[in-house]
Design a protein around this ligand. Sequence first.
Ligand SMILES: Nc1ncnc2c1ncn2[C@@H]1O[C@H](COP(=O)(O)OP(=O)(O)OP(=O)(O)O)[C@@H](O)[C@H]1O
Length: 218
Amino acid sequence: MLELINICKTYNQRPVLAALSHRFAPGEFVAIMGESGVGKSTLLNLIAGLDTPDSGEVVVDGAPISALGDDAATRLRRSRMGFVFQAFHVLPHLTLQQNVALPLLLNGQDAGAALAMLDKVGLTGRGGDFPRQLSGGELQRVAIARALVHRPALVLADEPTGNLDPETAAGILDLLRAEIKASGAAAIMVTHSHAAAEKADKTFVLSRSGLTLTPHGR
Ligand SMILES: Nc1ncnc2c1ncn2[C@@H]1O[C@H](COP(=O)(O)OP(=O)(O)OP(=O)(O)O)[C@@H](O)[C@H]1O
């Protein structure tokens, strides 16, 4: 459902991504690692349509995103993708239930699934709480619930467990994995953590020469 064709992205005359091509398999959970500054977050932002490549195409469901107008691209993103990004933090003035209901409401869907999704991530009975009442690990659970509640085909995660202790991080990633596998979604997770990458089906390392498959356990 996702293909990158000859993606080039330059910041201030400095090439970050150069002619990157890759086809992601449907339903696959992929980790992307690589040195700091190599362009991992840039790549995720391009896939999410939060940034545009200088040239090349991001193709989602067979359609180049650049061929869609802004409105159509936004609709596609809202309906087909889910995000666990720092930039999409849980909103502080909404209850947990309202936070998780947001993608459903934006897609014109019934918001009733939000509470069931909170149950699934282990936050039964907490729907009326506000984010300030939660621990870091619980907040990440809310972020995952919100990313998955509208059953997206593609989940994008940028360091989803970056600031959590190893045990909590492992629990969150097990949850993410279980939920995407249950729904058949594909997921792309950028991480510096080998332990996190081990939870994915495959790990790629991003470098100047592109995405290279790397064996787990390194
Ligand atoms: N909006 C921007 N304007 C200018 N330069 C940018 C911008 N976004 C990213 N860059 C540059 O592009 C390069 C890649 O950044 P990116 O955040 O994608 O790297 P990364 O691999 O995710 O790094 P890290 O692992 O440290 O998070 C960096 O040199 C960064 O300074």
